[in-house]
Design a protein around this ligand. Structure first.
Ligand SMILES: [Zn+2]
Length: 414
């Protein structure tokens, strides 16, 4: 029936005889209770450009386990206002398209998308066992809400997927993962990679005492990048200090005989040098290569810090015994380099040498964690408008968990 006033296609439906009178929560056949609150509507997929809804009685039944509940309907998940096909389409779109594409195409708010993907993800989770046969896992923390909140995430290195995520970053949060895993499956874990956070290490030692603990190459190199950035900031501050002693200029093109202002120029260049210093040499643009050459000739100390960062990256690129030998050489170099941030880093690395060697020996390259990490960080930005961390986790699991949602009405090959 087409409603002219509402510009809405309304289909009046009811469950077939065998699907009637079932509990909305457990789907068990139950005694009828009453008429509930009368007719109800479920938003369905549009018919062309016309919005469509299904309309039906919302009878209630009396379930021995769940008490008086609204009866199950075959076209929708329990206690929702959208049909199952609508939900599944939104979930499929959410992992494939941009936020704007989903909300405009489906004509729903981003928060509604969050609620929908949370229930679709829960459905998928109920049907798969991600914790079966785990051997090598990675544990990490991810910040969201502009760094104010954290998720603890666990990835499966062998299946190359995200297997678990929960709000929080503390021992209690991580312990819920190992509780879920249970003692038998904990005992099967052979390798655990993680950054050097003490709370992760202490839980892993307690729950998987037999597992080899490996450092996360990604995090160790990130420490070096931080140490390098301290040196760059110091150089930049020095240049600005010098700039303050230089004459001011009026707005506009400086006169041909204006005095040179090396401090200003240096500060400006160093600010721009950040990416050249951070990037892997093979990814540098010609401009950035030129920037590094300029640093090499004008600031040997900053250039030395850059070489130290690259040296540490090299350790993880060669791995194995060669990597450990390279790390020995790197440490003796860093200890003597006279740059405080790298002397500190040498100390930290010595402290964590056991788990770093384990990572080099076991070839636990962190490419997977790094890429999962990058992808989740991207998702945390997309998921910013969600009310709950559950919606963010649902989006992450749907996208990176290895069981992507299917479009409704298609078989797996369709
Ligand atoms: Zn029930």
């Amino acid at each position: 029936m087409f409603d002219e006033d509402e510009q809405l296609l309304i289909a009046h439906v009811r469950p077939s005889r065998t699907r009637r009178g079932r509990c909305g929560r457990c789907n068990r056949r139950c005694r009828g209770y009453d008429q509930g609150e009368g007719r109800r509507r479920w938003r369905a997929l549009d018919l062309g450009v016309i919005q469509a809804v299904l309309e039906a009685d919302a009878l209630r039944v009396s379930c021995p386990e769940h008490g008086v509940v609204v009866a199950a309907v075959p076209w929708a998940r329990h206690a929702t206002g959208h049909t199952r096909a609508f939900d599944d389409t939104v979930a499929w779109l959410a992992v494939q398209c941009s936020k704007t594409a989903v909300t405009e195409l489906m004509r729903i708010a981003w928060r509604t998308v969050g609620a929908i993907i949370t229930r679709v993800s829960a459905d998928i989770e109920a049907g798969v066992d991600r914790l079966a046969g785990l051997r090598r896992i990675g544990i990490d923390e991810i910040s969201y809400k502009r760094g104010h909140r954290y998720l603890t995430v666990v990835v499966d290195h062998d299946a190359r997927r995200l297997i678990w995520a929960a709000p929080g970053r503390d021992k209690a949060t991580l312990n819920t993962f190992f509780d879920l895993l249970g003692p038998d499956r904990c005992a099967q874990i052979t390798h655990v990679t993680a950054d050097a956070a003490d709370w992760i290490a202490s839980v892993v030692v307690a729950r998987c005492p037999e597992a080899v603990r490996c450092a996360d190459a990604f995090h160790v190199v990130a420490w070096a990048t931080d140490a390098l950035d301290q040196v760059r900031r110091q150089a930049w501050n020095d240049a600005r200090k010098l700039a303050r002693t230089e004459p001011r200029r009026r707005v506009g093109r400086p006169a041909a005989d204006a005095p040179a202002r090396p401090g200003h120029e240096r500060a400006k260049a160093l600010k721009g040098a950040r990416y050249a210093l951070w990037k892997n040499p093979e990814d540098l643009t010609p401009n950035q290569t030129g920037m590094l050459a300029w640093i090499a000739t004008t600031d040997p100390r900053l250039h030395r810090a850059y070489l130290l960062k690259e040296g540490l990256r090299h350790v993880f690129a060669v791995k194995g015994q060669a990597g450990k030998d390279a790390l020995d050489r790197w440490l003796s170099w860093a200890r003597r380099c006279q740059i405080p941030s790298f002397i500190d880093l040498a100390r930290t690395i010595t402290k964590h040498r056991g788990s770093i060697d384990a990572a080099l020996d076991n070839n636990m390259s962190n490419a997977l964690v790094e890429s999962t990490n990058t992808k989740i960080r991207l998702l945390t930005r997309i998921a910013f408008g969600f009310k709950s961390p559950e919606a963010l986790i649902a989006l992450a699991m749907l996208s990176l968990g290895g069981h992507r949602p299917q479009l409704p009405g298609r078989d797996a090959h369709g």
